[in-house]
Design a protein around this ligand. Structure first.
Ligand SMILES: [Fe+2]
Length: 206
């Protein structure tokens, strides 16, 4: 089940309010989280509108709420926003949102808890839940959309991955695999839309 557009905006604003208050206290720009959610929603909707079998409205709602667990992650140390968002959305009955809260973080199937600052039990649980589901095009769509947004700006995949490498201190070998998987995801949607998705979302490229 999916929330309505209006409900999604309310959920998004609620989590963004908490996340952005903490961002500002940490010296980050205001509306960074809100901007991120909205920009990922924009990219997801844009790409979906060029895919015959994807619903742009659903894509927008999923993009807007993919980081719903961020407010909880920022409030409770070591909490992983993926499982936090998943649990909250499942509790509310929005299973379609719940799954992208979780799947968007694992586009490269890397579940190594050693390489994250998150509570390892949450990561192990995330792995178990994902292993029992089959990822679909909406999971992939939110993964690629999130990979094209750094902070609240639309950027190429390389810029986003550099940001991830620095933020989470990810090993070089793991990053190599992330680049490979991210590139494959982009190619999948280039093919599905029949054009370079960078053009669709306004990324300048060679
Ligand atoms: Fe995100």
């Amino acid at each position: 089940m999916l929330p309505t557009k209006q409900q999604a905006i309310e959920f998004c604003n609620n989590t963004a309010k908490i996340a952005d208050e903490i961002n500002v206290k940490r010296g980050l720009p205001d509306n960074l989280s809100l901007g991120h959610y909205k920009t990922v929603a924009f990219c997801a909707e844009k790409i979906a509108s060029h895919c015959q079998d994807l619903d742009p409205k659903k894509a927008w709602i999923l993009g807007l709420l993919h980081d719903y667990g961020e407010a909880i992650e920022k409030t409770i140390p070591q909490t992983f926003h993926g499982t936090a968002g998943y649990d909250e959305m499942m509790r509310l009955g929005y299973d379609e949102v719940a799954r992208v809260c979780l799947t968007h973080s694992f586009f490269d199937n890397n579940f190594n808890p050693q390489e994250s600052s998150y509570d390892s039990q949450s990561i192990i649980r995330a792995q178990k839940i994902i292993s029992e589901m089959v990822m679909d095009d909406y999971d992939y769509l939110i993964q690629i959309s999130d990979l094209m947004v750094t902070g609240s700006e639309i950027t190429d995949i390389e810029t986003r991955l550099k940001y991830i490498a620095n933020k989470y201190h990810v090993a070089e070998k793991t990053m190599e695999n992330k680049y490979k998987k991210a590139k494959q995801l982009k190619e999948y949607f280039d093919k599905k839309t029949g054009q370079n998705i960078y053009d669709l979302v306004g990324i300048t490229h060679e």
